[in-house]
Design a protein around this ligand. Structure first.
Ligand SMILES: *Cc1c(COP(=O)(O)O)cnc(C)c1O
Ligand code: SF4
Length: 469
């Protein structure tokens, strides 16, 4: 089995021979280190002539980003079947999210097998795979708006808050939790809008400064990639100037969908670096949180971009969303976690998919998350091991998947408590119906049976609450 390994040679005299208690590993099996390189975008007919210099330029990426289904179909001419094209066309008519796909993403998709491709699944809806929503689903299932003291600022946890400075992203994900706000209005959804407006920001800053218990601000969106360099500076400076603020995170999906910006938008990277450095001098932590879901999203270009952050001393953490057919197997999740570590990104969370409209095909069960966690923990450094969480519908916040009071696997109902957020309240998460037994699916069709199942789950959870809790 060691035939293909480099021969290290016999030990010099006086040095003891090596004793291998574990079998040798063939380096070619360490696939997390094998990143896609070379002009892979030239597989797309329209981009055969696009040079590396052009493809690495974020202006070129933004200019060629596809935002209309007709344009997508045009770009795919000759790559996919006409049936698939029709499936996509109808898919867009029904989708709650608008379309936005960067050339980088588009060229990473395997268009010979578009139905199975993990990136296609995340960004391009097809009508034939859509499933009816769960009966318990609502827009803004996380109650972000209910917990908002000023528009676009969610203060749910005692010491941290989520600030949404704008409502646009470099791409739009089908599964977006904030489909109530992000992107343009669609046929089915008229959205709340959070424009990058100075008076709204000032109102949020005044609130944050007025709450001494707030120490930690997540600047999300939308996406910090879509903030101009001057806006990164403005937000960073305003928050760093507040005595109460100790930690800031800029959240962006950018590194996963358009790493080119980090390689070619010097003003943006410099503005971010300056805030990180200013924070460091003030002994405050400023980091980046990003969002990779599949190992295929990490290429040689990603590594080059994240090397820039590494050299600038910018910590990057990752939050993934668990999605059926994308990253719900042990093999894929292990590879993702190992590859993130390889490019110096710390896996932080894996979220069980929120109850979001129009993406029932992407959700999976709490049980799947538990099984994955069991298989991932121990495969790499503990600090590179993500915590698997459910963001409890109804505003309970993130809960460790294992911490449910009860979990009725048969009917797919898990009940969580969140004492640090709301003492005495129960939060229910529902597994997707299509992964339940036929008998359970039948029960969910009946409104009275639904109420009985839910009440029984809450009743059991109540019985589990310890008297001292
Ligand atoms: C996720 C989230 C945070 C940050 O939570 P962490 O567990 O510290 O990452 C803060 N506020 C809201 C509303 C959130 O959803
Ligand atoms: S990048 Fe994040 S906020 Fe933007 S559409 Fe995707 S999931 Fe939603």
């Amino acid at each position: 089995m060691t035939a293909n390994l480099p021969v290290i040679g016999a030990a010099p005299e006086g040095v003891p021979e090596l004793h291998h208690l574990k079998p040798q590993v063939d380096p070619s099996t360490l696939v997390h280190k094998q990143l896609l390189r070379g002009p892979f975008w030239q597989r797309i007919p329209g981009w055969r002539e696009v040079s590396e210099a052009e493809f690495l330029d974020h202006h070129w990426q933004s200019k060629h980003t596809i935002t209309r289904p007709e344009k997508l179909i045009e770009a795919l001419q000759g790559l996919v079947s006409s049936e698939f094209v029709e499936d996509v066309r109808v898919g867009f008519e029904r989708a709650p999210m608008s379309l936005r796909v960067s050339p980088y993403l588009l060229s990473l998709i395997d268009w010979e097998h578009p139905y199975e491709d993990p990136l296609r699944i995340q960004f391009v809806p097809v009508a034939s795979r859509l499933l009816p929503d769960h009966p318990k689903l609502g827009l803004d299932s996380l109650h972000e708006q209910a917990d908002a003291p000023t528009p676009g600022l969610t203060h749910r946890y005692p010491d941290k808050a989520l600030f949404l400075p704008l409502d646009t992203c470099p791409v739009y994900c089908r599964f977006c939790t904030r489909s109530y706000a992000i992107g343009l209005d669609t046929e089915g959804v008229e959205k709340v809008h959070f424009k990058a407006k100075n008076d709204r920001w000032q109102q949020a800053f005044r609130y944050i400064a007025s709450r001494p218990e707030l120490e930690d601000i997540v600047v999300s969106g939308g996406d910090a990639y879509n903030l101009r360099a001057t806006q990164i500076t403005e937000i960073g400076e305003a928050l760093l100037a507040m005595d109460n603020i100790r930690r800031i995170r800029f959240a962006t999906k950018g590194p996963a969908v358009m790493p080119q910006k980090i390689l070619s938008d010097a003003a943006w990277v410099d503005a971010l670096t300056a805030i990180v450095e200013k924070g460091r001098k003030l002994h405050k932590e400023v980091v980046v949180h990003t969002h990779f879901n599949h190992p295929k999203e990490i290429t040689g270009i990603t590594q080059a971009a994240l090397d820039v952050f590494m050299e600038r001393g910018i910590t990057v953490r990752n939050q993934s969303v668990l999605q059926r057919g994308v990253n719900d197997t042990v093999e894929t999740m292990r590879l993702l976690v190992k590859r993130l570590g390889h490019v110096n990104v710390h896996p932080y969370y894996v979220y069980v998919h929120d109850l979001v409209q129009g993406v029932e095909d992407l959700r999976t069960t709490v049980d799947t998350a538990i099984e994955l966690e069991k298989n991932i923990r121990g495969s790499t450094a503990g600090f590179n091991t993500p915590t698997f969480v459910v963001d409890a519908p109804g505003g309970g916040g993130k809960r460790d998947v294992h911490s449910f009071e009860t979990y009725d696997r048969e009917n797919g109902i898990s009940v969580y408590r969140s004492p640090a957020v709301h003492e005495g309240q129960f939060y229910l998460y529902y597994d997707p119906l299509t992964l339940l037994s036929p008998a359970a699916q039948e029960r969910w069709k009946d409104k009275a049976a639904q109420d009985r199942m839910v009440e029984a789950a809450i009743e059991r959870a109540r019985g589990r609450v310890r008297p001292w809790a």
